[in-house]
Structure formats: structure tokens, C-alpha cells
Design a protein. Structure first.
Length: 343
């Protein structure tokens, strides 16, 4: 009896040294963890989820088993409720867009400020710098554990009616938007008629013609085949890009051993890097091959001259100024400085 007990103690001590979960800890592990995503593995975003899950499984020797729930199905497709569901434990982990979480964390609206980030280096200057750290601290304070950055991408404008080259061309276009009131205000300033709906509701609305247009990254456009639902006019304006954030629910995080937490964090960082490369594929190479593919689908691609683009910047400036205050002038100033100093 005594021998048995000391053997058990020795085993527990050894487990601790090796960073393995003891029997008691392993009992706290769920047989499956639920990862929420808006889109599935046909999209860079969903692919990133798959990569993260596979890396976690490998690094933890199968102790942490993750199942993907694309279509934000754990919350019936209601993507702007994802952050609350994460906090409440309805969702164990997620890769979420800053847009979808901005109703709960107002500072995430930073990335949705029209024409803040002129190029990919500007996105990196924010997410990989001090601003990224500040945002992670805010997310931590809001009750989740942020681990790594990913990317949805630059959100370009499409519609079924006619080419858009000037703000005047947007007059009266019914445009589907998601997320915070910032989007409604931006598209109202542009003279369009914005309507807020989830991604799940948006696709049938394009197909039926209930809405004329939308804004999403090119990887979303192609994987969702938006050209088949009337979206034949594309304007490359690069007005907003949404980063993705890899996060875990706090209680779930605390239920894991320190070593397993490190595995999950490392897996997220690696998966985030890979996901960003996939998301940018076809957009950063000379000649932007993905745009050629899209043109080959019969889509009319409008590439704005700098002067034409400036007209869109100018008309949205009052919205930028107003939201700079709502987000927090200190954070926005820091972001503007980081972008100005980018390499
Ligand atoms: O709903 C969208 O537009 C999408 C898929 O890009 C997001 O979840 C932000």
C-alpha cells in the first residue's frame, strides 16, 4: 500500500517534470474542443483553423483535440455574437475577424477606419508592433486569451449594377455590410444604401438581388464564387482590411497544463503565419495573378488611379475623424505613427 502510494507520487512528480498532465489534470481535458470560424477550409481563414487544429493535435500528442465549426454554427450564424459566446464558454476557441468582435471591443474598429492602412506593410506595422500588443491586452481584459494574428484581407467593393469609379457611382447602391455602425456610417457617407446582415444571410440576398453589392477580400470572393450571384463589378479600393485573431476561452486555457498552453500558443503563431501567406497569395505577386483569374470569370475589375482613390478617402474623412474619438485618439495616433514609420 505504502509502496503503491509512493509509486503514484513518483509518477505524478515525473509527470510534472516532463510537463505531462497528471491523471487528475487529464480528467479535466474535454474529449473535443470547439473552434468557431465564419468560413470553412475552402477559404484561407478556415484553412488556418485546420492548420492550427492539426498542429495542436501533433504537439500535444492528441491530448487536445479540436473540431472546426465553420459558418459560426455554434451561434446559428450570428457572427457578431461570437465574442460574447467565446466569453461565456459556448465556444472554446476561435479564429475571429476584428470586424465581428468590434461590437464588444470597440477598439477593434481601428482596423475598420476607412483608408487607414494603405498597404500590407501597414497592416503588419499594426499587428506585429506595439498596437498589436495593446489590442491583445484589451482582448485579455475583455476575458479571452489572444494568441496570434491571422488575416482575412483587403475588402474590395463589388456590385451587380455597374462599375464604380467615383463616389457618385455608389449613389443608391444597396450594399451589404457586417459589424459595427462604423460600416453603416462609412457607406452612408459614400452615398450608398448600406444594410447590415450576417454572411449567412448575405449570400441568398445577392442571389435574389435583394442587395446590390458587398465588400470582402478577394479570397472570399473566389471561394464563395460571388461572380455567380451577380457580383460582376469589382472596384479595387483597399479601404479596409480585417485581421483575424486566434483566441481561447479563459477557463479552457486555465484547464490546460502550462506546457500544453505553450503548445497551443506556438501552434497558433505558426498557423497564423501560414494563414497570412495563404490569404495574400495571388495579391502580392507582380501583376496580382488572382485578379487575372477573377477577370477571367467575366468580372469587370476597376483599378483606381491614386487621384480617383483620393476622392473616396476625402468623402469618408468625417467618419474617420468621428470614429477616431470613439476608438480612442491615443490608440489611433499610435497606429497612424506606426504606419507612417513602416518599412
Ligand atoms: O461576413 C463577412 O463579410 C466576413 C466573412 O468577411 C466576415 O466574417 C467579416
Amino acid at each position: 500500500m505504502k509502496l503503491r502510494r509512493s509509486l503514484l507520487t513518483a509518477a505524478a512528480a515525473l509527470s510534472l517534470v516532463l510537463g505531462l498532465p497528471t491523471a487528475a489534470q487529464a480528467q479535466n481535458y474535454k474529449s473535443e474542443y470547439r473552434m468557431s470560424l465564419v468560413v470553412g477550409t475552402a477559404f484561407p481563414w478556415g484553412k488556418g483553423g485546420e492548420i492550427w487544429a492539426n498542429k495542436v493535435k501533433e504537439k500535444t500528442n492528441g491530448r487536445i483535440n479540436i473540431k472546426l465549426y465553420p459558418g459560426v454554427s455554434l451561434i446559428q450564424g450570428d457572427q457578431t455574437r461570437e465574442f460574447s459566446a467565446l466569453r461565456q464558454g459556448v465556444i472554446d476557441m476561435a479564429i475571429g475577424s476584428t470586424i465581428n468582435w468590434s461590437p464588444q471591443v470597440r477598439q477593434l474598429n481601428l482596423f475598420s477606419l476607412p483608408f487607414l492602412m494603405p498597404d500590407y506593410a501597414a497592416i503588419d506595422a499594426l499587428t506585429q508592433g506595439e498596437v498589436g500588443k495593446d489590442i491583445f491586452a484589451l482582448l485579455e481584459k475583455a476575458g479571452v486569451v489572444p494568441l496570434a494574428w491571422g488575416e482575412n484581407g483587403y475588402r474590395e467593393l463589388t456590385n451587380s449594377k455597374h462599375p464604380v469609379r467615383t463616389p457618385a457611382d455608389m449613389k443608391g447602391l444597396k450594399i451589404r455590410v457586417v459589424g459595427s455602425p462604423l460600416f453603416v456610417e462609412t457607406f452612408t457617407a459614400l452615398g450608398a444604401n448600406p444594410t447590415q446582415m450576417s454572411w449567412a444571410d448575405a449570400q441568398p440576398a445577392f442571389a435574389s438581388g435583394a442587395v446590390d453589392g458587398q465588400e470582402n477580400p478577394m479570397s472570399i470572393f473566389t471561394a464563395a464564387k460571388l461572380h455567380t450571384v451577380g457580383q460582376k463589378n469589382l472596384t479595387m479600393w483597399g479601404y479596409v482590411a480585417d485581421p483575424l485573431v486566434f483566441v481561447v476561452n479563459k477557463e479552457i486555457w486555465n484547464s490546460w497544463t502550462p506546457q500544453d498552453r505553450e503548445h497551443v500558443r506556438q501552434a497558433a503563431i505558426e498557423a497564423g503565419k501560414e494563414e497570412i501567406a495563404i490569404a495574400r497569395k495571388g495579391m502580392i505577386e507582380p501583376g496580382q495573378p488572382l485578379l487575372k483569374d477573377i477577370e477571367a470569370l467575366g468580372v469587370n475589375v476597376v483599378r483606381l488611379t491614386p487621384a480617383e482613390r483620393e476622392a473616396f478617402v476625402k468623402i469618408t474623412r468625417p467618419v474617420y475623424a468621428k470614429w477616431k474619438g470613439q476608438i480612442g485618439a491615443d490608440l489611433v495616433n499610435k497606429a497612424e505613427k506606426a504606419i507612417a514609420a513602416r518599412k
